[in-house]
Structure formats: C-alpha cells, structure tokens
Design a protein around this ligand. Structure first.
Ligand code: AP5
Length: 229
C-alpha cells in the first residue's frame, strides 16, 4: 500500500536492542542481505560524523570515547536525516537506536509522519560478563565494514576480508575494557527500559544471543520473516 507521496506504508521497520557486544551489528548485516532491508546504525553514523569533523561529530567524539550516550538532540537529528533518504523507504533495521525513551518516542513520531511503525523490536539477550571478551576481540574490514572477531568469527583467509578481499582491518577507539564497562552501565540505565516500552506495545521478541552467531541468525530470521510477511 502506498500513500500519496509514494512512501510504502507497509515498510518493515525493525529495532535491534541489546548491550554493546550483543551482536546487533553482526546480525543486522546478515538480515540486511537476507531481507533486503537497510541497516541503520547510529554508532556508524556518529563515527562517520566524527571522521568527517562535522559539528555533530566534534560534539560526539569525547562522549563516545568515554562510553556515554551522545545527546538525544544530536542522535535524533542524524537519524531523521538518514531515514529521509530514499533507500530507507523499503524498511530499516535499526541497530543502536533508540537508546533512550526520548529517542523511542521521537522514532514513533518520525515513522507516524510517513504512515509507518515498528514491526518488531528484538532484544538480544546476553551475559554482560562475556561482552568484554567479545568486544576486545572485535575488528572490521576497513574496505566494506564487515565485522570479525579474533576467536568467534575469523576470515577464511587470514588477514583478508571474506566479503571484499580487503586487507586493511580496523579496531574501534572505544573497544577497550574500561570504556566497555561504562557502555554497559549506560545500556542498563538508559536503554534496557526500552524492552518494557516495546513489550507494552506488543512488538517485542527476545532471542538468546549467547548462542553461536549462526544459531542466533536462524532464530532472528524466523522472527523477521514473520514480522515482514
Ligand atoms: P555503537 O556503535 O552502537 O556500539 P554498541 O551499542 O556499544 O554496540 P557494539 O557495536 O559494540 O556491539 P554490537 O551489538 O553491534 O556487537 P557486534 O555485532 O559488533 O555505539 C557506540 C557509541 O556511539 C555509544 O557508546 C554512544 O556513545 C554512541 N551512540 C550510538 N548510538 C547512539 C544513540 N542512539 N544514542 C546515543 N548515543 C549513541 O559483535 C561484537 C563482537 O562479537 C564481534 O567481533 C562479533 O564478531 C562477535 N559476535 C557477535 N555475535 C556473537 C555470538 N553470538 N557469539 C560470539 N561472538 C559474537
């Protein structure tokens, strides 16, 4: 169904919730390929703003390095601009947004303006204690952004990306034990309440994200297939 502006009113928008290291980015990239949706990571958008030296990026840099949340105002503005791009019309997988109740309400408002909503909010449930290991072993391909792990997801040819063949691998500035602890505290204080927010709206699903990557992907695929049908 389309509205007068040719925006698909039935676009399948999904939210992935979970603490740092839960696997939001890993799974969002897989879902993007599987279902033709667009992964929208506010962490990636903010890192791009920091790298580009924009006003928002300059304001966000120190906050991100400390493991705290960037202001709602900055993140909502970045998200609003990205959501307005044409590729998002088919539906998005939100990875790392919303992270506060203010952001969740703003998202509801932005989607309502175009006659859309959230089809499913999926909580990736993990043990905090394992997240430091996951995050400290993480690296990504500098060419295409594919994510890897020193132990849990190694490229089939050492040092070369399975997706694009690139050999420049990067580690994030905030992926150190001290910052991860603060990111976990921020998650529990400000983001975990969103699990109830989406539960009360009848769109919440929970997934055991301590399982292996492929097993988590299978569970998510089943949930998303139903949500987008
Ligand atoms: P962001 O970039 O969103 O980081 P995060 O939420 O801390 O999440 P991560 O990217 O660390 O983890 P992930 O769940 O994606 O895990 P991944 O798949 O990589 O945010 C960074 C910062 O930006 C924030 O701290 C904040 O300052 C700011 N920010 C961003 N959004 C904001 C917002 N909305 N509001 C305010 N501030 C915001 O997996 C981790 C590793 O584990 C990988 O190596 C992977 O290979 C491996 N792995 C994944 N799944 C498994 C598995 N099942 N078993 C074993 N290993 C696994």
């Amino acid at each position: 169904m389309m509205d007068g502006s040719d925006t698909p009113r039935n676009a399948a928008n999904l939210v992935l919730l979970g603490p740092p290291g839960a696997g939001k980015g890993t799974q969002a990239r897989m879902l993007e390929e599987q279902f033709g949706l667009v992964q929208l990571s506010t962490g990636d958008l903010l890192r791009a703003a920091v790298a580009a030296g924009t006003e928002a990026g300059r304001a966000a840099k120190a906050v991100m390095e400390a493991g705290d949340l960037v202001s709602d105002e900055i993140v909502i503005a970045i998200l609003r601009d990205r959501l307005a791009e044409p590729d998002c019309a088919k539906g998005v997988i939100l990875d790392g947004f919303p992270r506060t109740t203010v952001q969740a309400e703003a998202l509801d408002g932005l989607l309502a303006e175009i006659g859309q909503g959230i089809r499913a909010a999926i909580s990736l449930e993990v043990d905090d204690a394992a997240m430091v290991t996951r995050i400290s072993g993480r690296y990504t391909c500098g060419g295409c952004g594919e994510g890897y792990h020193d132990t849990f997801k190694v490229p089939s040819k050492p040092g070369a990306c399975d997706k694009c063949g690139g050999t420049e691998m990067k580690r994030r500035a905030d992926d150190n034990a001290e910052t991860v602890e603060q990111r976990l505290r921020a998650y529990h204080a400000q983001t975990a309440p969103l699990i109830s927010y989406y539960e009360s709206r009848g769109v919440l699903a929970r997934v055991d994200a301590m399982a292996e990557i492929e097993a988590v992907a299978r569970e998510l695929n089943a949930i998303v297939a139903k949500a987008v049908a």
